[in-house]
Design a protein. Sequence first.
Lengths: 336, 336, 327, 327
Amino acid sequence: MARRLSIKAAINEALDQEMARDPTVIVMGEDIVGGAGAPGEDDAWGGAQGVTKGLFAKHGDRMMDTPLSESAYVGAAIGAATCGLRPVAELMFVDFVGVCFDQIFNQAAKFRYMFGGKAQTPVVIRTMVGAGTRAAAQHSQMLTPIFTHIPGLKVVCPSNAYDTKGLLIQSIRDNDPVIFFEHKALYGLEVDVPEESYTIPFGEANIVREGTDATIVTYGMMVHVAIEAAEMLAKDGIDCEIVDLRTLSPLDMDTIVESVETTGRLICVDEANPRCSIASDICASVCQEAFGALKAAPQMVTAPHTPVPFSGILEDLYIPSAERIAEAVRKTVKSS
Amino acid sequence: MARRLSIKAAINEALDQEMARDPTVIVMGEDIVGGAGAPGEDDAWGGAQGVTKGLFAKHGDRMMDTPLSESAYVGAAIGAATCGLRPVAELMFVDFVGVCFDQIFNQAAKFRYMFGGKAQTPVVIRTMVGAGTRAAAQHSQMLTPIFTHIPGLKVVCPSNAYDTKGLLIQSIRDNDPVIFFEHKALYGLEVDVPEESYTIPFGEANIVREGTDATIVTYGMMVHVAIEAAEMLAKDGIDCEIVDLRTLSPLDMDTIVESVETTGRLICVDEANPRCSIASDICASVCQEAFGALKAAPQMVTAPHTPVPFSGILEDLYIPSAERIAEAVRKTVKSS
Amino acid sequence: MSDNPFPLSKADLLEAYRKMKTIREFEERIHIEFSRGDIPGFVHLYAGEEAAAAGIMMHLDDRDRIASTHRGHGHCIAKGVDVKDMMAEIYGKANGACRGKGGSMHIADLSKGMMGANGILGAGSPLACGAALAAQKLGHGGIGLSFTGDGASNQGTFLESLNLAAVWNLPMIFVIENNGYAESTAREWGVAVDSYVDRAAGFGLPGITVDGTDFFAVYEAAGEIIKRAREGGGPALLECKMIRFYGHFEGDAQTYRGKGETENNRANHDCLKHFCARVTEAGVLTGAELKVVDDKIATLIDEAVTEAIAAPLPTAADLTTDVYVSY
Amino acid sequence: MSDNPFPLSKADLLEAYRKMKTIREFEERIHIEFSRGDIPGFVHLYAGEEAAAAGIMMHLDDRDRIASTHRGHGHCIAKGVDVKDMMAEIYGKANGACRGKGGSMHIADLSKGMMGANGILGAGSPLACGAALAAQKLGHGGIGLSFTGDGASNQGTFLESLNLAAVWNLPMIFVIENNGYAESTAREWGVAVDSYVDRAAGFGLPGITVDGTDFFAVYEAAGEIIKRAREGGGPALLECKMIRFYGHFEGDAQTYRGKGETENNRANHDCLKHFCARVTEAGVLTGAELKVVDDKIATLIDEAVTEAIAAPLPTAADLTTDVYVSY
Ligand SMILES: Cc1ncc(C[n+]2csc(CCOP(=O)(O)OP(=O)(O)O)c2C)c(N)n1
Ligand SMILES: Cc1ncc(C[n+]2csc(CCOP(=O)(O)OP(=O)(O)O)c2C)c(N)n1
Ligand SMILES: [Mg+2]
Ligand SMILES: [Mg+2]
């Protein structure tokens, strides 16, 4: 049975179902319950955005509020994952990763390799990404490329509630460390989501719109902006295919290349900063693998090489827009 | 007057000359003097590789040994840079950045933008990168793409002692935060270096070999491997041009594009891991900017998507080789 | 009028009151404007905690540098950042303290020794140690000072800084703003030790705990350790126990609070009321004198909001400037 | 033969001796082989510090997890990691403990509760807290334990872990291996506080300092706090004052040492000599009994080196495996 569910609710449900199914799943983070030690309501927050609200009542002390020490508790989640638990640690904003990056990129990501295949680290790190909420330079970043660069991490960034639920359940059951990116501007977005538990495999991109003239490859919030651009372009008779990557690592190159072989045109869209980005990563791989299929220069549409500005007028210009995407598509269509 | 100088000696000389010239330059790091508080020799180490040896005798307490707290002392260097000093902080290995990343990417890199242009942060972070010394997964990484991704940082990675001296002096005088990458496998490499102080501007790549058939774009140690590859290829009549980027951010796209417009073939070589790398960054930008100039699919030669292995036999396979580069060049030449 | 029993002159008392009251009015007004929906982003109010900022900042001048937190308005105002520039910044305007690029969580003014509010917990302490180091090396007699919340006192950056300041004997003051909560979580839940003086001792730093709602207690304790730091006596920690009148951020429903907690705090633990009572009861300042200050502040805040609303927005060209000093 | 005055049985004393002596012989041999140029990479030797590893590990079993440091050989051996697997790993061979992918700084064996040596200072403490958390949640009675050098005790990761363990009341032991040096720098230069017991107190943890060259002192102190942690009594810190016989890493010229420092250490502060003297003087073990152990160890180390040298290298295919469990 499917009902309309927001991404927020889908995350809550995925965590709930996995905790019910597997007693080794624990969830931790700052104020993910809330009100600990305080005189008022227990479960007062359910996380900064209320995503985990209600899970404390069902799962008790497997829902753990942490002190404000990301290195310690993210590291503890990672350590516990090598000792028989399946922790899901919340890093409130991905922007905070600078205080605990070592535990993620040098420890979790490298254990299996450094130890010659003798360790497994089934930890999930859930974290909010993205701009659009006037939260400024230290609460609005994507940083997806930094994690995607690191071998040993799996990197997930869903664009809708259906994928969110299936990918989060997969992330929890997966035996490798997973970084699970939730775009804060999408939390409220609802689609049909089955009540039952289900998984979506990693490394399978989703073609959210079929088209013949150009391939737009993107992920996260940009999927929706790309759809908007495609609708604008459709009026001009330009028919875009949109590939929603869903997982950035592993990457579904087959689907991307197949699409480009049909359309001959590639537009890579990334809300992250441009240098060494997901956009450049995919653009370069396609050029190397499927150069002959390209009828025109590939285009990249990304944020500028600047921090995220506070003022709404600037932030709106910072985030890649449907207009900028449409313009890039038109450029590829015109030039061939 | 030029003498032959190793990269190590060039760094030492650049620091020495800048400290002599500008009393606000201070140098700090773990054991960069060495022997502090110990009964034996003062200046016992001069850093883990002896790079700063001898500077303590000349500059006294402007050479500061730090406690083993990278967040605190790198952050202090950054803070001091906003208060009238020009600190050069050594992060012994770039692999340690995970414990102090916030201070670099959220603080130093963003101050100027977040504060509306009203701050400047003239700090240099010197750090060792690269594989080849059997130092394994946590002492051998490049991580150059991670820093290049971040707006607000300038990223330097020289390939020889001449560039090292000029770029380090420029880094110290520059008013922006600079990450200065020193490849540990190159420390001993000598070339002619003038005694006088000089600077090399950022954003100017160096064509270390002229050629007409293919453009190899790279930086750091890979410049030397690319030269080896070019020499192999020259015997087969394939004439490579090699672009040594010197600074990864800012990036000298003009020189790259100009070269590709002549040769029609692009090979991007990067010792870093492949995803969201410098190789993919340049490859994608060239494809977007100069698609028409490309006669064949561009090629990327990088480390594999794995941590750095310990065993010498594996590490040697991990590091991009002249053979692999030559093969990639041949592929572009054959396919067009 | 009786003799002045306070360690501050009348003028200084008025200045301290002006600082505190300006903060209060600034925050109360932002609370209103935010609820109207006019102010974007995350806003954390300092109302209730004014005595700490003012008691400390009365000892500092422009040589001295402070590193602040996400809850930075009070520190900014007490350190002398222009209130209209701040308001314009919070509205995201081109004439804001950060030209609209920073917002509430990133207000800075280095010319006033304000190194920045900070969106990252604990991040200010290393930076302020750097300011202290610069003061030490340049010999200008200034100090570095960082504010850290009770919750943020568990960040490694803060803890490492305690040791760094101790081994380098920096002219550095660590202020713990202990308001009993980190977001919705009680302090006792996240910190196992009762006193921050003990924590400081574990790093070799002297520490002192004061009632942060008592301006005079803060003033006295801060004065002593700041003087010592200035004279080369090294770093110290000051814990201020204080009260946050509003929620963690604007929009916080605060269901974790006890019944009547806020009402009781406002009625019985208001640092401003406490200050006014002390100075008027001692007969050093009159209600009328305070009223003059109040009126000026009311006008200032009114103007700040009106002007901020009317001020121009940044333009598209501003998006890509100010990333680097040189390109 | 007299009564046994020690809190360990004769068999346990022999086992403790075996651990210590194996570590010593392993390290002395690596020192020789390294200087021959046969061993690649960074190698940090534990010789001189054996009593700490053995005194602690005598209380642990395979449920218990330890997180080690860059100087990890001793911890591995004392925790039961196979010596031949270790030697093969240090030589980078395909049959090494990590199949040649990790090397000296990354030896691990989770089946023995050894979570890994670590190239990053302080990184082991959060990880071991995770092990303690898993033990707490799974209820199997195990504990987590991390080793941290005196220098690394200034890392934020370690300091945050003290607080985490305290507020979660984890079955967690923090061992400070205070050998007086961090690389070439004296401990006193990098840490402003004399005793790690004070540092622990600042986080609400009980602490105890012992002479880490005295096996019995370590054994006793560790036993008490480990027992308490196992029974739900919460975390504690143990500082072991000890001596590093060799340089920071192999190749260190050690000019920072005082004249005769190492000779004096070897002659007068050798934990193994001390142990042997105690047990033989008490008449509990004889020189002959110890000699039997020595001979076995000599053979083991000889074989380990010979076999490691003869062992096959990894092959090209190994380069890209073991990055993920599933691809
Ligand atoms: C490194 C980091 N972790 C988490 C947060 C999210 N956060 C912002 S304020 C806050 C609570 C801070 O509590 P406290 O330090 O006591 O300061 P207060 O808000 O009470 O002034 C949290 C968890 C952050 N900004 N940075
Ligand atoms: C985060 C980090 N910083 C620096 C280093 C480099 N380093 C390795 S060992 C060491 C000294 C450690 O001293 P201590 O903690 O006392 O341990 P010991 O070597 O004495 O056993 C240093 C600085 C590192 N490995 N990781
Ligand atoms: Mg608080
Ligand atoms: Mg030590």
